[in-house]
Design a protein. Structure first.
Length: 259
């Protein structure tokens, strides 16, 4: 019987030092079952028989490499996660089964699992709500994706940040975008903008996870403060109803381009 679901860990060669820590947390916390686990890298292979390494080759840009990887995955649905997001608690297998069932039954294009922002309307299933058309932050890199839909959504030349912003606009008229009502895949963000996150490094060291600290600099000083402020502002903005935010931004755009 053809498998419908797979796991895809997005990475590249320059983050290969993080793979041992990521996969130790992953095997401890994610109920893989019979889902194949793919690791997207540039040229390097991870030496673990449970992991299928897929190589993007010449790394021109993030989205082009991503498309080359997706084209080599036969499964219809993929659980996508980044290599620097270390799972910090067990993913309930009954929740995973329910999400997989919903994904298949509704032929969902995306189910976001962070619940940030929360979905807009209920679906009749307590775990999952629907994200309305036109809502911001509809597209996220990480989530349960329909592979064919994701391939069509990706545009060559984009970075992950471009994709989450512009990809959200491109989903504006699509059905089938959902989010969990609670964060079901809790993780520790180990690296931000190419630098170690100090609190995350402390968390990893306390658990004996293998890290190569000399691989990149540590966040500190003003850079760390700016990062914390950005997260705080983002979470504050999310507390404002998105319809009000969109109307306000539309008015500001009309005001600024009027002359």
């Amino acid at each position: 019987m053809e498998r419908e679901f797979a796991v895809l860990v997005l990475s590249c060669d320059k983050y290969s030092d993080v793979w041992p820590a990521f996969f130790r947390c992953f095997w401890e916390n994610f109920p893989v079952g019979d889902w194949p686990v793919y690791l997207a890298s540039t040229t390097k292979k991870y030496d673990d028989p449970r992991v299928i390494s897929l190589f993007s080759g010449n790394d021109t840009d993030w989205s082009s490499s991503y498309k080359r990887i997706l084209e080599r995955i036969p499964e219809k649905k993929v659980f996508v996660i980044l290599e620097d997001l270390l799972l910090c608690e067990k993913f309930d297998p009954t929740v995973l089964a329910a999400i997989a069932w919903f994904m298949s039954e509704k032929n969902a294009n995306l189910i976001k699992y962070s619940a940030n922002p929360a979905p807009d309307i209920p679906t009749g299933m307590p775990l999952i709500g629907e994200c309305l058309k036109g809502a911001p932050y509809r597209a996220t890199v990480c989530g349960f994706w329909d592979r064919e839909y994701l391939l069509k959504l990706l545009i060559e030349g984009e970075s992950p940040w471009n994709f989450e912003i512009m990809g959200s606009y491109r989903t504006a008229y699509s059905d089938g975008i959902y989010a969990t009502t609670l964060p079901y895949c809790r993780n520790i963000n180990l690296i931000e903008k190419g630098r170690w996150v100090p609190e995350s490094v402390d968390w990893a060291i306390q658990r004996g996870l293998p890290l190569t600290l000399e691989a990149r600099p540590m966040q500190k000083g003003g850079g760390r403060l700016i990062s914390l402020l950005q997260v705080g502002v983002f979470n504050l903005i999310l507390r404002i109803p998105w319809r009000f935010r969109v109307r306000l931004m539309d008015k500001l755009r009309r005001l600024l381009i009027s002359y």
